[in-house]
Design a binder for this molecule. Sequence first.
Ligand SMILES: [Zn+2]
Length: 257
Amino acid sequence: MVSFKGEGIVLRVRNIGEADRIVTLYTAQKGKIRAAARGARRIRNRLLSPTQVFTHGRYLVFPGKELHTLSQAEIINSYQDFRDDLEKMAYASYICELLDTFTEEELPSVELYALLLAAFSLGAQGRFPLAARAFEVRLMQESGYAPQLHHCLGCGCAMTGNLLFTAEGGVVCTQCAPQYQDALPLSNGTWELLKRLTEWDVARLGILHPTPAALGELERLMRKYIDFRLDYPLKSLAFLETVRAMPAQKTDRSRSD
Ligand SMILES: [Zn+2]
């Protein structure tokens, strides 16, 4: 890699040594890159804030034999509330871990970078459930696992409704469904939502206002679909499920406000 100067989002941070960090960035120009930020955990270090997880910033990275070096950084959007709020943190962690899992280092994708920015922007507007679903669908698409949504995976018939969705990546008709043990019913409303999520420009997805029921149904379908492609479970998923199962904590916080 030649030196890199440009925008990125911090996907992951690992502490090493006394005061250093290894930062995984997702950038438009270079895709995923890993670099050491030396001294970044020292209180007055100029890399301290811009190397926090979820930060959107501008970074200067010099190539190294074993590891690149992150030498300068400035914040565009710190996404502080993603670190302050447990649920937002859980959602943002899930999105970052998904992207990390499905991408190789230094393989640029302008589409995935735009998708990450769009998901963070939706999340910042308090719309992480939609952001997470949109991110899942588009990430699978960009990774070569676009779901087949118009024709039955089994017989190829054109679908008009009354369909099921399989973890292998598409819709099946009721005749073919018995051949797919994992197939789950897909309601027409969720089918329409899924088509929009695959077709629309990511910057426009915010105008969608799906019902909680459609989002819940899509969440279950996408879980099976993504897990089918994974070798091991995502760590952030357990965290997200734990946080979402804690309604009491939210009530307490709003009461004290
Ligand atoms: Zn069929």
